[in-house]
Write a new protein. Structure first.
Length: 313
C-alpha cells in the first residue's frame, strides 16, 4: 500500500495541487508558512511607503488611484494570511512573529519615498518585479497560495501600469519633473534588482523549493527576465538605468548588468536598512492602537455564538 509520503511525492511529480487536507511533510508546511507569511507581511508593510504620499498626491485623481492601490495591498495581505491559516497557523501568531523580528518582509520596503516620482517608480519597478515573481507562483503546488496569487497578479498588473503612467507623465514633463523621475529610478533600480533574493548559488531554500514546486523559476532567472523586460521600458521613458556596465549580450541574447551590492541587501534584510526601524515602529504602533477593534470583534463573536446556542436549545 502507498504511504502518505509516496502519495504526496506522486502528486508533486504529476504537477498536481496539494490541498490543506492532504498529508504533507512537516518541512513543506513550514516552508510555505514562512514564505506566505513573509509575502503577506510584505503586502502590509508595503502600504507604508506609498501611504506616505496619500495626502500629497498631485491631484484628486492621483489620490483616488493611490488610495485604491494601497487598499489593494491590504486585501492581498488578507488573502495571504488566509492562505497561511489553511496550513494550521493563525494570523495573530504570524503577526507576533513579525513584530518580534522573527519573520521577514521584503527588503524593498525599507527604502524611503522622498518624492512623488517614487510612487511612479514603485508601481513601475517594484510592482513590475512583484508580477515577474508572482505569475509563476500561480502554478505553485499548494492550492490556496496558487489561487490567491491569480487575483493578486491581476491587481498588480494594474498597479504596474499606473506606476509606468506616472513615470511617463513626469518623463514628458518639465526639466524638474524629468529630473525627479530619473532620481527615483536611480534610487529604486538596485533595490528592485535585489528584491528577487540572493543569487541562486547563495539561496539556501531554492533547490528544495523548486523540487516541491513552490518556486517554479529561480531567483536569478526571474531577475534576468525582469531586467530584459524593463530596460526597453526605461528607453521608452528616455531615462537612464543607473548601471554603467549594463549592456546587451549578443551571445546570450539578454542584458548583462554590473555587480549587485549583496552587502547592502543583507544589511537591509538583517534589519539595518534606511527605514527598517521606522517601518516596524509604525506597524507595531498601528497594531497596538487597533486592540480595541479586536476586542470589540471578539466580544461580538462571543455574543453571536451564545445567541446561536440559545436559538438551537
Ligand atoms: N527581502 O533561499 P532564498 C509586493 C530571504 S510584496 C527579504 O532565496 P526563498 C508588493 C529569504 O526569506 C513582495 N528577505 O529564499 C507589495 C531567506 O531568509 P529566511 C514580496 C529576502 O524563500 C506592495 C533568505 O533570504 N513578494 O509584491 O526560496 C506594493 C534566503 O533566500 C528577500 C514575495 O514575498 C527579500 N527580497 O526565496 C508593491 C513573493 N529575498 O526566510 C509590491 C513570495 C530573500 O531563510 N516569496 N530573502 O530567514 C518568494 O518568492 C521567495 O520567498 C523569495 C525568496 C524569492 C522572496
Amino acid at each position: 500500500m502507498e504511504t502518505e509520503e509516496e502519495k504526496f511525492d506522486a502528486l508533486i511529480d504529476a504537477d498536481d495541487r496539494i490541498e490543506p487536507t492532504d498529508w504533507m511533510p512537516e518541512n513543506y508546511r513550514k516552508t510555505l508558512i514562512r514564505q506566505i507569511a513573509q509575502h503577506a507581511h510584505s503586502e502590509i508593510i508595503g502600504m507604508q511607503p506609498e501611504g506616505n504620499w496619500l495626502t500629497r498626491a498631485p491631484s484628486l485623481r492621483r489620490k483616488a488611484i493611490l488610495t485604491a492601490k494601497v487598499q489593494d495591498e491590504a486585501g492581498h495581505g488578507l488573502y495571504l494570511y488566509g492562505a497561511a491559516e489553511t496550513l494550521g497557523t493563525d494570523r495573530s501568531e504570524l503577526l507576533d512573529l513579525l513584530h518580534a523580528g522573527r519573520q521577514k518582509y521584503s527588503s524593498i520596503f525599507n527604502y524611503p519615498t522622498l518624492t512623488w516620482a517614487d510612487i511612479g517608480a514603485i508601481g513601475w519597478l517594484v510592482d513590475g518585479a512583484a508580477i515577474m515573481n508572482q505569475v509563476p507562483l500561480c502554478r505553485c503546488s499548494f492550492g490556496p497560495y496558487a489561487r490567491a496569487m491569480v487575483r493578486i497578479c491581476k491587481e498588480e498588473s494594474f498597479h504596474q501600469r499606473q506606476g509606468f503612467q506616472i513615470m511617463l507623465t513626469l518623463a514628458n514633463g518639465t526639466d524638474a519633473q524629468r529630473e525627479m523621475a530619473q532620481d527615483a529610478l536611480n534610487r529604486w533600480w538596485w533595490p528592485t534588482v535585489m528584491m528577487f533574493g540572493p543569487a541562486d548559488a547563495d539561496s539556501p531554500h531554492s533547490e528544495q523549493n523548486m523540487r516541491w514546486g513552490i518556486k517554479r523559476i529561480s531567483n536569478d532567472d526571474l531577475r534576468q527576465k525582469f531586467i530584459d523586460a524593463t530596460v526597453p521600458q526605461a528607453e521608452l521613458l528616455g531615462l537612464t538605468i543607473p548601471d554603467p556596465d549594463l549592456h546587451w549580450d549578443e551571445e546570450r541574447e539578454t542584458y548583462d548588468i554590473g555587480e549587485i551590492d549583496w552587502d547592502e541587501f543583507w544589511t537591509v534584510v538583517g534589519g539595518n536598512g534606511p527605514c527598517n526601524d521606522d517601518r516596524m515602529a509604525t506597524k507595531v504602533g498601528a497594531y497596538n492602537e487597533g486592540e480595541w477593534v479586536r476586542e470589540a470583534a471578539s466580544a461580538y463573536a462571543i455574543k453571536q455564538a451564545a445567541r446561536a446556542k440559545e436559538v438551537a436549545a
